[in-house]
Design a binder for this molecule. Sequence first.
Ligand SMILES: Cc1cc2nc3c(=O)[nH]c(=O)nc-3n(C[C@H](O)[C@H](O)[C@H](O)COP(=O)(O)OP(=O)(O)OC[C@H]3O[C@@H](n4cnc5c(N)ncnc54)[C@H](O)[C@@H]3O)c2cc1C
Ligand code: HEM
Length: 388
Amino acid sequence: MSLEDAAALRVLRDAVAQDPLVHRFYTRWFALDASVRDLFPAEMAGQRAAFAQALRWVYGELVEQRAAEPVAFLAQLGRDHRKYGVLPAHYGTLRRALHAALRDHLGQPGPAAWTAAVDAAATASLNLITGVMSGAADAEEGPAWWDGTVVEHIRASRDLAVVRLRLDRPMDYHPGQYLTAQVPQCPRRWRYLSPAIPADPDGLIEFHVRVVPGGLVSTAVVAETRPGDRWRLSSPHGGLHVDRDGGDVLMVAGSTGLAPLRALILDLARHAVNPRVHLFFGARYRCELYDLPTLWQVAAHNPWLSVSPVSEYGADPSWAADYPDCTPPRGLHVHQTGRLPDVVTRYGGWGDRQILICGGPDMVRATRAALIAKGAPPERIQHDPLSG
Ligand SMILES: Cc1cc2nc3c(=O)[nH]c(=O)nc-3n(C[C@H](O)[C@H](O)[C@H](O)COP(=O)(O)OP(=O)(O)OC[C@H]3O[C@@H](n4cnc5c(N)ncnc54)[C@H](O)[C@@H]3O)c2cc1C
Ligand code: HEM
């Protein structure tokens, strides 16, 4: 059976990771099926990389003769792909184009070769991949996406915005999850965002967005979003969670990494008794600790929550005066200056805590490494995937 031919699958695994092959595939696919091109953004480098990474992982699992995880992954990918407007016929043309691209690529002179066994493994594996994705998409009865209208856009600081929307129909998600969003300023550019409040039966949802330097979508959301804009959201993912019976909690939020942790805190606040939660909320400047007033309110009413504001620099820049003042009333918080990984680990490794870290990829990596160096067990540390 060709799906049991590990040697042939290994040849395919090594081929699908190569950019020239992926390039060749997309060129063929768009020539074969013009309706597909319009689904993708103009710039394809990121997409080629994401596609190659996913396929390489799937083939790696097939080489090891593991089926359960790749099938679950592909089924989820298929359900999620409904948001792009993918149609069943697209899977047929993808299969043909990828098979032909593999044949051309491996037909070139070189150590790997397009043998009958590789041909059979390619056919069987592509049938499996497209069959699982399209089958799961067909079987899914839930919405392919959620549309919503921006009702409020608050410029919380120079590089930060809080955006509130009302969805046409409510979305059920767990606090701490993330989803992808498409905004009207950047069609076909889906980006991950984390709701900052728990799921709301009336469809209200809130996001906190920070400008990434040179970032297309984050810049548009912060600078150009207006009430009335229509956003499209995908289904939620991710498993950041607090086990209410799992002991005390350390949360570390870098800038808008606060959003999912805040959703978890607001959810916990519905219960009278909770584990103790210590939240470090960090930014470059004090004036960028945009949500401190709300966190102050929550902590004032919930003795299990303590909040440590942290900024890299002690003084605010001159532009701080142009944005809302986020200094909380005195008393509840002691402000600290420094980088989050350093400030957090001044208190040790927090090894007895459930640890949740959220923020930009560099901050998450550095904080995780600093905590582990101080003795925190890696299995107690949760964070989201570090890139989309
Ligand atoms: C699970 C998850 C949840 C997320 N939740 C939020 C959220 O709630 N709020 C929020 O503001 N952002 C969040 N992000 C980041 C967000 O999805 C985008 O990556 C970010 O807004 C940049 O998009 P862009 O189009 O502006 O930048 P792009 O045009 O895609 O990229 C521009 C440049 O910035 C770099 N870059 C991309 N993302 C980041 C980043 N996060 N940090 C540093 N450099 C980056 C790119 O490598 C590139 O060089 C989340 C990301 C993930 C993976
Ligand atoms: C009918 C076939 C398919 C179509 C029409 C399709 C289309 C798309 C589109 C339009 C995007 C978004 C691009 C962007 O916004 O930048 C995307 C993303 C992606 N696709 Fe596909 N795709 C198909 C099959 C596959 C298959 C077979 C795989 C791999 C097994 C795959 C893996 C991915 C990945 C990893 C992403 C990145 C973002 C995400 O996870 O949604 N796709 N695809």
